[in-house]
Design a protein around this ligand. Structure first.
Ligand SMILES: NC(=O)c1ccc[n+]([C@@H]2O[C@H](COP(=O)([O-])OP(=O)(O)OC[C@H]3O[C@@H](n4cnc5c(N)ncnc54)[C@H](OP(=O)(O)O)[C@@H]3O)[C@@H](O)[C@H]2O)c1
Length: 233
């Protein structure tokens, strides 16, 4: 799927990686970019079509699919991360909240837009996942579980939508320099680079877009006795 000429919709496009996706799509020559956000007035990118969309609200998701019937490239980017352990006082709530946005939100939007993609020739559906789909840690446990669930969802969507010619890709990536990682003292990737590499991966027809070396190493380890998810973190 080529970004040039595509009609794209990016969820959570008002800031962070979603904004970088919208910007990269415009730069790559997309015909139209719907920039979806809970608060469309927070969209500051020129040249995009703002759209109100809370991915956890079924009525808003249905309305978005009606308002954007020409979409052929869907980027499920909206997500939240709570730095919290399963064993903290609010550990169960943190797990529910992150599943609600990162898993059910992605599911809601994918279900609503699958017929739209079909009507527009198949197109592509891209889910922003994480290196945390495959590894976990004490404070990222609930987040990692939501991304593991979203990875499995992505694999199911790929099977379901193959028949209608929709390319389904998962983006796996380690830390990116956005609000989500504010306060984390770790090496971080640039959001614009992640967006550009994602578009290259979509154009190359990849099922899984592994953005950085650390993510590629983790993926490679999965079938070995020293799988990365077994290592202490
Ligand atoms: N940053 C990283 O290190 C990293 C690494 C791997 C994967 N990711 C993934 O990349 C994606 C983007 O994250 P980011 O780093 O750009 O985070 P961010 O800067 O915190 O931005 C998150 C975006 O998601 C939106 N969002 C949250 N809940 C939503 C909802 N219910 N409906 C619609 N939009 C919602 C936010 O909108 P509001 O402005 O309304 O809150 C915001 O636009 C997420 O899926 C995240 O899990 C991030």
């Amino acid at each position: 799927m080529k970004a040039r000429g595509a009609v794209a919709l990016v969820t959570g496009a008002n800031r962070g990686l979603g904004r970088a996706y919208a910007q990269a799509l415009i730069a790559a020559g997309a015909a139209k970019v719907y920039a979806a956000a809970r608060d469309p007035s927070s969209i500051d990118l020129p040249g995009v079509v703002p759209l109100k969309l809370d991915v956890t609200d079924p009525a808003q998701v249905a309305e978005a699919a009606r308002s954007a019937p020409d979409v052929n490239l869907l980027v499920n980017n909206a997500g939240i991360a709570r730095i919290d352990s399963f064993f903290s006082e609010q550990g169960v709530q943190a797990a529910r909240d992150q599943l609600e946005t990162n898993y059910f939100g992605t599911l809601n939007v994918s279900r609503a837009f699958a017929p739209v993609l079909k009507a527009n020739g198949g197109g592509a559906l891209v889910n922003v996942l994480s290196i945390a789909s495959w590894i976990s840690s004490e404070l990222l446990g609930p987040y990692a579980a939501s991304k593991a669930a979203a990875w499995s969802l992505t694999n199911a969507l790929r099977q379901h939508l193959r028949g209608q010619g929709t390319q389904v890709a998962g983006v796996h990536v380690s830390f990116i320099d956005t609000d989500l990682t504010k306060g984390l003292d770790v090496p971080k990737l640039n959001a614009a680079d992640v967006a550009r590499l994602t578009l290259e991966g979509i154009e190359a027809g990849l099922d899984e877009i592994l953005i950085d070396d650390q993510t590629r190493q983790v993926k490679r380890s999965l079938g070995s006795d020293q799988a990365a998810y077994l290592a202490p973190r």
